[in-house]
Design a protein around this ligand. Structure first.
Ligand SMILES: Cc1ncc(COP(=O)(O)O)c(C=O)c1O
Length: 382
């Protein structure tokens, strides 16, 4: 299978990730933070090492501020629902994945918050539109770093100081950027950084993390199950355990740690350049094609490795994806990509687009096969 669906989850993982998972599962998979024997301590050590690795990679305040989650959705819900209160105003954008847009819309529908959805232009958010949306009641700005439909990278280095200056909390969804775009928490004032471990950090599914900066004071999420401090009647307030109830996915984190180390060794910018170079070929081909076009503005300097193609009339994204899968052995993702407002803005709602997202192991031959397949499909039908 030619796998061009890395924006959903990365595949294959780098070899050291498979090795770490296998070794950890066979030798160390005890319950961390519970029993105090050597295996439990070794297991806890992997969680600590991964927190240190994340803290160094993103330059956070301290390792304890990194909370492991089930995925990015879990991290985003933890930040949003743990922060907003009745009467708060929240600013978001029309580029969001429904992991942000759904919890916010549900809170809005329930009358808990008021919500402003800032409009994008060709896949990009203008920082001044964020500034204009802030009100004295704004508690939180919740937005994506790289749009998952389009791969466009938002100027968070400019937006973050605007939000901080207004005394508002900033939640960044780094699902599509963590691992391929540098994020420096020392110079970019972000209060919550949420991301999955299973995309461009190359951990397995079931991993994710939330960075909680010192200004953020979310309420407890899952309560109980912290192992230590059993005398306390309510959730111990010490981080990261305050937000990490229950036995953590320490096996997954062992894989994630190997993934982070692999990314650090390769360098995020090198990984991004490889993917963008492959996508450039698709962009060049689409520009000469009579039937296919690229959604949003293509700027290789402000893009991660995901690209959406507008499907020609007479075909649907779903049909093309099915044909690619069954007749050409190529995996991509059709449809709305969990982001209906982005497609409304792009006029590609409700059918959506065809998204391809190469990864570090994708090759020129894969892209050639993809382009030839699309040409063949459209020539056969149109
Ligand atoms: C921008 C964005 N946010 C959130 C998510 C949700 O991530 P997860 O599936 O890890 O919950 C995704 C997944 O594709 C995404 O692309």
């Amino acid at each position: 299978m030619i796998y061009l669906d890395n924006a959903a989850t990365s595949f294959p993982k780098p070899e050291p990730v498979y090795e770490a998972l296998d070794k950890f599962a066979r030798t160390t998979l005890a319950n961390p933070g519970r029993s105090g024997h050597r295996m439990a301590l070794a297991s806890e050590r992997v969680l600590d090492d991964a927190r240190h690795a994340l803290n160094q990679f993103f330059k956070g305040e301290s390792p304890e501020r990194w909370v492991f989650t089930l995925n990015c959705t879990d991290a985003l819900n933890m930040a949003i629902k743990g922060t907003v209160e009745a009467g708060d105003h929240v600013v978001t954008t029309d580029l969001e994945h429904n992991s942000i847009s759904r919890p916010l819309r549900a809170l809005e529908k329930a009358g808990v918050i008021t919500l402003t959805r800032v409009a994008s232009d060709n896949g990009y958010i203008n920082p001044e539109s964020i500034r204009a949306a802030l009100t004295p009641k704004t508690k939180l700005v919740a937005m994506t770093h790289a749009a998952n439909v389009l791969g466009t990278v938002q100027p968070i280095e400019t937006i973050a100081p605007i939000v901080r200056e207004a005394g508002v909390l900033l939640l960044i969804d780094a699902a599509q950027s963590a691992g391929v775009w540098p994020i420096d928490l020392k110079t970019t004032p972000i209060d919550f950084l949420a991301f999955p471990g299973h995309k461009a950090l190359y951990g397995p599914t079931g991993t994710g993390a939330l960075y909680v900066g010192p200004r953020a004071k979310p309420r407890a999420w899952r309560e109980g199950g912290t192992g230590g401090d059993s005398k306390t009647e309510t959730q111990p307030e010490i981080y990261p355990y305050f937000l990490e109830g229950g036995t953590p996915n320490v096996l997954g984190v062992a894989g994630l740690l190997a993934g982070i180390r692999w990314v650090v060794e390769r360098g995020p910018e090198n990984l991004r350049q490889h993917e963008v170079k492959l996508l450039q070929r698709v962009v060049d081909w689409a520009e000469t094609s009579e039937s296919w076009s690229v959604a949003g503005l293509w700027d290789p300097n402000r893009h991660v490795g995901a690209l959406s193609l507008v499907v020609p009339d007479g075909l649907t994204a779903q049909d093309v994806s099915s044909i690619l899968d069954t007749s050409f052995d190529i995996a991509v993702r059709p449809g709305l990509h969990c982001s209906p407002y982005a497609h409304q803005r792009l006029n590609t709602f409700p059918d959506g687009t065809l998204r391809l997202s190469p990864g570090p192991f994708s090759t020129d031959d894969h892209i050639t096969a993809f382009i030839n397949a699309l040409s063949e499909i459209s020539a056969g039908v149109l």
